[in-house]
Write a protein that binds this ligand. Sequence first.
Ligand SMILES: Nc1ncnc2c1ncn2[C@@H]1O[C@H](COP(=O)(O)OP(=O)(O)OP(=O)(O)O)[C@@H](O)[C@H]1O
Ligand SMILES: [Mg+2]
Length: 347
Amino acid sequence: MTSASASALSGKARAAASAAIAVENIVKRYGDFEAVKGVSFAVEEGEIFGLLGPNGAGKSTLIRMMTTLIPVTGGRALVGGYDVMKDSDAVRRMIGVIPQALTSDQDLTVEENLSIYAKLYSVPRAERERNITEVLEAVDLLKWRDAQTKTLSGGMRRRLEIARGLVHDPRIFFLDEPTTGLDPVSRIAVWEMLNNLKKTRNLTMLVTTHYMEEADRLCDRIAIVDHGTLVALGTPVELKQSVPGSNVVEVQFNREDSEWQGRLQKLTGVTEVQSQSAGVYRVLTSNGSQTTTQLVELAASLNEQLTALSVQNTSLDDVFVHYTGRQLRDEQVKAVFTMPPRPGGQP
Ligand SMILES: Nc1ncnc2c1ncn2[C@@H]1O[C@H](COP(=O)(O)OP(=O)(O)OP(=O)(O)O)[C@@H](O)[C@H]1O
Ligand SMILES: [Mg+2]
């Protein structure tokens, strides 16, 4: 491209051209059903970009369109500067894809699984051996090179799939729920590995996940998708700051009192009071410590008993609830401080 035509590009087109992934008003329809309803975002080179959303939000559909597996109904997606519909071969050469389901062959060895892929991608024989060693080293499976895949644990098998997705040295890596179904220790191992890969291989990654804490720690930016629509986009910090209140105080009283909602609302810093169940409230506040101190003093002055109290920073869970009106996951692990029972009282 000449410099004259390059400078003639509009700001928007330039941004799209320089991005590793640019999705513009993309739509996917299955018959009458619109699974993706006009989503736009751009992923910069070297970013880890997270797609977060509940079941059926359209995450896998978005990934399938970006990786040329299903046709786009409307709008367009550019990957590495190539249109996924017009230049699908060029896109495929540039990307690695880890689908949601495990797809490595159980009856082959670790090396054989990688070798098949390297051949599929026409990696020259001389490079194949070296690439396989490098990717196995990167996912810490070098010792397992000759092991049957069926002897690997779930976490190791996930790592093998990640190695397989990298064996042709892609620039852009798509991972659909790489840690779902893994135990917490394996999940951490996979994410640490992804973070290392990003640094050492200068990869751009687009990852979907259900795990808020992982997305928070590892993604540079996050897009929240719900019902096929993009509802929020930003860095984890930006997203958390976009929700009113910076702390969440969770409190449980030993009995319900209709006055609590109003009393809590008046405490310093409080922006929102959510009634959870009888006697249980979530209080969003810009000043967690002051709100908590006042709350404890108020309860003592009224001779009311607190049965549980916890203070947390606003999390991506709160961001998710704020934008979608519901929890992403039902089960949530929270550090809740349970007050000791009063002597002689009920536990
Ligand atoms: N081939 C298809 N035909 C019809 N509808 C489909 C098809 N594939 C997906 N859908 C629908 O599109 C919507 C989005 O599905 P998708 O698999 O993209 O969700 P997801 O966000 O990846 O969910 P999960 O977290 O469960 O993996 C769902 O309502 C799904 O039922
Ligand atoms: Mg999915």
